[in-house]
Design a binder for this molecule. Structure first.
Ligand SMILES: Nc1ncnc2c1ncn2[C@@H]1O[C@H](COP(=O)(O)OP(=O)(O)OP(=O)(O)O)[C@@H](O)[C@H]1O
Length: 971
């Protein structure tokens, strides 16, 4: 009930006109604002009357969809209840029909005006005399109770004539029969069931307003309790009243019982049990949002908590007033006198005042006379305020009280027009928050002190450890410095050592290659020597024949001398002696030569062994580079020893030659005395080739150890010209001896020019073309190979069809030695770029590659050398710009041959092949062949795996410069 001093906005009346007729009442509107509300228009409350366990409805606080600042309009709800007829009514044979006609299904009540006329009134509910206490509670009180539990203020009030059942409806305790329990008990039952005994608080005050004095029914000594009003909110409170916290329903029942006993009751004529005071039960509920799970707190509460920075305890404070008004009877009718009259006046005063306020509210008056009585002051919030209010008006059935009944009905009708604005009251629990913060501060202070103590205790220990750590760190640091320096020194040493080893390795490789070439040549010489050795017997025979021829000539001379100087016996004797001496010496020489040959054979055998050992050593050197130095030293030492031995042998041989010439000279001198015949010998000696007998290279000397004494005699006799002429001999044996002699001479550079001049080259080529003898082929090819080392001779060989002849020989034989010689000859020719086209045209390149089919490593080595020579010349020509076009080698299948043989075990051969590939790859016009044949991979392998750094660099450079190779590498 808002007063003029209260907020104007809270004064609302439903402007739907009068409801005293059925037509008007149909226009009434009941406002509902929440979909969660029950059918009665209020949020549901779970009722557990018989349950000892108290629980909170999870969503009970979500009833108000509006936020805290919004108000919700709610009209005062009014129900009418008719008391059953009592004994007096029965005695007077009063009938309802004489006064009211109930239409509960229509929620209407007809008040009979006379026998033919009645007024119909619409209420929110109409209870007949048979309505149960439970139903009345469910319909009238429970919605208000739910609202209060949810934080709104609420009022449930009974208004009616004395004896019509107000106290029965509101205050019945039902101690013996729970079904008899009235609204007070049932309300507390629901409140306790839906609040938390630990988090929420339920308290009550029980008062009566008697003679405009507020008395405390729980503390009767408290009388005339003043009403306090908050000037800002208009909140009414009774600070002097006892407030008792309710633990359970039994406690509440006891308290109410106590209060009832203290309630003043006076007999009146109308009702000896009549209540002469307004009884007011005030229930205070305080609910905390703390300690609840989010699903137990309404969204609004959660939002509110968040907006407060969380952890702020939100308190919902609400108040329920359950008012059992004193009876509203007429003074005259009640017959009250004296004190009772005074009571009645005050009762009527307060009720009249309440009626006026309600009328004013119903008529939307600007003045609400709330201050006219303490009752209206106390109920200020219940009518026109922020509380949800339900009013139950009680009427009797008797027509005798028609006027009171009518008055009561009209009171109820007017009350129905009052609309309150419900407002959720929420405040923060600063007290508990303060307590909590204080506790937290205490805890933090204690924790801080504890931590401080721990830190102080640890500080000294930490400082000690810090000093220790620093010392340790310094030690470690200096140790690290020392180790770092050590590592750096060691690293530098290793780097330089590595570089030195690399240099040494490179040197050793170079030496190895040189040595390998020497060994190859040595091997070739040895093989030739072997061959010569095999043919030694023929030379011996020839020597014997020669000797025999000399003896014959000597004999002839002697006969001539005898004929001419037969008389000179002394001379004959002397000659005989000389002859004897010569004979002896010849025999001796033969023995010596035989012995020499045997010795040379032994030495050759030993040398072969040394050679084999050297080869083995070199093989080991290839795989174990570490042993290279020692092995090479051994080999070199052995070779040096052999060279020295051979040199000694050569000296010995020369010595024997000199002795032999001396003897012959002596013979000659002794024969003719004046040396006339010596001219023949001189002539012979003069025809000896100037190079013959000169100091030769190691290999050359070695080859000639057996042959030279005999060959020298041949040349002494026939000379180079005749020897070359002997190449054309019909006698195969002579041809063979001659070709071998020429071949031996051709091995020496200084002899080559002379050989060519004397027609040796032509003769050799002729032999290649005409002879079918394998030895001739092999030896002649070898000789041509040697001659082909000279650029001048290369041109001659080619111009004389040498390449074609060599190719022809290659196609005829499968003798590896012959093939090796032929391949070597062609390989030498390949080193002359001017001859390339002819070589190709003459089939020499094809023949060269074809010889690889022999599988002989020596032949393959010569082919590889030829390819390298050819490719190198082409590359040089291309770079210098005098050559263009794709390599001539490719047409004869050189590239696949090179790729196929690239993995050879021979390092020398492999090096030649790698060189050939790299040179070929330098010509851009060869690149498509490389790409299409997949040979770029081999170039990539060479660039990273070749044992020769210069070849690796050449391959890298080639790959880098050619875009086709680059794109192929990216693929
Ligand atoms: N609905 C009811 N069912 C049965 N008995 C009832 C009912 N209503 C009232 N009574 C009985 O009627 C009598 C009067 O009721 P009650 O004392 O509650 O009236 P009242 O309106 O409170 O009167 P007063 O204003 O004088 O206090 C009581 O004996 C009560 O038990």
């Amino acid at each position: 009930m808002a007063s003029n001093s209260g907020p104007k906005s809270l004064n609302r009346s439903q402007n739907n006109g009068s409801s005293n007729t059925s037509n008007n009442s149909d226009k009434q509107v009941i406002h509902t604002t929440s979909s969660s509300k029950s059918s009665s228009g209020h949020p549901p409350v779970r009722s557990k009357p018989n349950s000892a366990k108290r629980s909170v409805t999870p969503n009970s606080r979500a009833a108000n969809p509006n936020n805290n600042d919004d108000s919700e309009p709610a009209r005062v709800r009014v129900a009418v209840r008719v008391r059953p007829r009592d004994a007096e009514d029965l005695n007077s044979e009063a009938d309802y029909a004489d006064c009211v006609e109930l239409q509960p299904e229509l929620k209407r009540l007809k008040l009979r005006k006379n026998n033919w006329n009645a007024d119909s009134y619409k209420f929110d509910e109409v209870f007949t005399d048979s309505a149960s206490q439970r139903r009345v509670y469910e319909v009238v009180a429970k919605p208000v109770v739910e609202s209060v539990i949810n934080g709104y203020n609420g009022t449930i009030m009974a208004y009616g004539q004395t004896g019509t059942g107000k106290t029965y409806t509101m205050g019945r305790l039902g101690k013996h029969d729970p079904s008899e329990r009235g609204i007070m008990v049932r309300s507390l039952e629901d409140i306790l069931a839906n609040t938390s005994p630990t988090l929420d608080t339920v308290e009550i005050s029980y008062l009566q307003l008697y003679l405009e004095s507020i008395q405390d029914l729980l503390a009767p000594e408290k009388n005339n309790i003043p009403i306090a009003e908050d000037p800002k909110t208009g909140e009414v409170s009774l600070p002097g009243a006892a407030v008792v916290k309710i633990r359970d329903l039994d406690q509440f029942l006891q308290l109410v019982q106590i209060g009832e006993s203290n309630r003043h009751a006076a007999n009146t004529k109308m009702n000896t049990e009549s209540s002469r005071s307004h009884a007011i039960l005030m229930v205070y509920i305080q609910r905390s949002s703390l300690g609840k799970a989010d699903n137990e707190v309404s969204p609004q509460d959660r939002d509110s908590k968040r907006s407060m920075g969380n952890n702020m305890n939100t308190l919902h404070k609400s108040k329920l007033l359950i008012v059992d008004l004193a009876g509203s009877e007429r003074i005259a009718k009640s017959g009250a006198e004296g004190h009772m009259l005074e009571e009645t006046k005050f009762i009527n005063l307060s009720l009249t005042s309440l009626g006026k306020c309600i009328n004013a509210l119903a008529e939307n008056s600007s003045h609400i006379p709330t201050r006219d009585s303490k009752l209206t002051r106390m109920l200020r919030d219940s009518f026109g305020g922020s509380a949800r209010t339900s009013l139950i008006i009680t009427i009797g059935p008797s027509a005798r009280h028609h006027a009171e009944t009518s008055s009561t009905i009209m009171f109820g009708q007017r009350a129905m027009k009052v609309v309150n604005m419900l407002k959720l009251k929420e405040e923060f629990d600063y007290e508990s928050l303060c307590r909590k913060l204080e506790n937290q501060v205490d805890y933090l202070i204690a924790e801080n002190e504890r931590q401080q103590k721990i830190r102080e205790d640890d500080k000294e220990e930490m400082e000690k450890k810090l000093i220790e750590y620093r010392n340790s760190f310094a030690e470690v640091e200096s140790s690290l410095d020392a180790r770092s320096q050590l590592f750096e020194n060691e690293n530098n040493r290793l780097v330089s050592e590595n570089q030195r080893l690399l240099d040494e390795l490179k040197l050793q490789k170079d030496r190895n290659d040189v040595l390998h070439d020497q060994v190859a040549r040595l091997e070739m010489s040895l093989k030739q020597s072997k061959q010569n050795q095999l043919e030694g017997s023929s030379y011996q025979k020839m020597l014997a024949d020669t000797t025999q021829m000399y003896e014959k000539k000597i004999a002839e001379l002697m006969e001539q001398i005898e004929d001419e100087h037969s008389q000179i016996e002394r001379a004959e004797d002397q000659l005989a002696k000389v002859k004897q001496m010569l004979s002896d010496h010849q025999k001796s020489t033969e023995r010596q030569e035989k012995q020499e040959i045997d010795d040379l054979k032994d030495k050759l055998q030993k040398m072969c062994q040394v050679y084999d050992k050297t080869v083995n050593d070199f093989q080991s050197l290839k795989t174990e580079n570490v042993e290279l130095l020692s092995e090479k030293a051994t080999s070199s030492e052995e070779l040096q020893k052999l060279t020295q031995k051979l040199s000694a042998e050569e000296k010995q041989r020369k010595h024997m030659e000199d002795e032999f010439y001396k003897l012959k000279k002596m013979v000659a001198e002794n024969v003719n005395g004046n040396g006339d015949k010596s001219s023949t010998m001189k002539e012979i000696n003069g025809k000896v080739h100037p190079g013959f007998g000169n100091s030769l290279s190691f290999s050359r000397s070695f080859q000639q150890r057996e042959a030279i004494p005999r060959v020298s005699k041949i040349f002494e006799e026939v000379g180079l010209e005749k020897t070359i002429a002997m190449l054309k001999s019909q006698d195969l044996e002579v041809q063979i001896h001659a070709v071998k002699a020429v071949a031996n001479l051709a091995a020496e550079d200084s002899n080559q020019e002379k050989i060519v001049e004397e027609g040796g080259l032509d003769a050799l080529l002729m032999l290649l073309g005409s002879s079918e003898n394998t030895t001739i082929h092999r030896v002649a090819s070898g000789a041509i190979a040697n001659l082909a080392m000279s650029e001048k001779n290369q041109g001659l060989i080619m111009s004389k069809g040498g390449a074609h002849l060599l190719a022809s020989i290659a196609s005829k034989t499968d003798d590896p030695q012959t093939l090796r010689m032929v391949a070597g000859a062609i390989a030498n020719l390949c080193g002359n770029q001017k001859l390339h086209a002819s070589l190709k045209e003459d089939g020499a390149i094809k023949a060269l590659l074809g010889m690889g089919g022999s599988g002989n490593s020596d032949v393959i080595a010569q082919i590889a050398r030829g390819m390298a020579n050819f490719a190198k010349c082409e590359s040089r020509g291309t770079v210098q710009g005098y050559r263009k076009g794709r390599s001539l080698l490719f047409e004869d299948g050189a590239l696949p041959w090179l790729i196929d043989n690239c993995a050879t075990n021979s390092s020398s051969t492999r090096r030649h092949i790698e060189l050939a590939l790299c040179h070929l790859a330098q010509n851009d016009e060869n690149a498509p062949d490389f790409v299409s044949s997949g040979s770029v991979k081999e170039l990539m392998r060479i660039s990273s795996e070749s044992t020769r750094e210069d070849i690796r660099n050449l391959a890298k450079k080639t790959l880098k410069l050619n875009p086709m190779f680059q794109s192929e590498m990216e693929c």
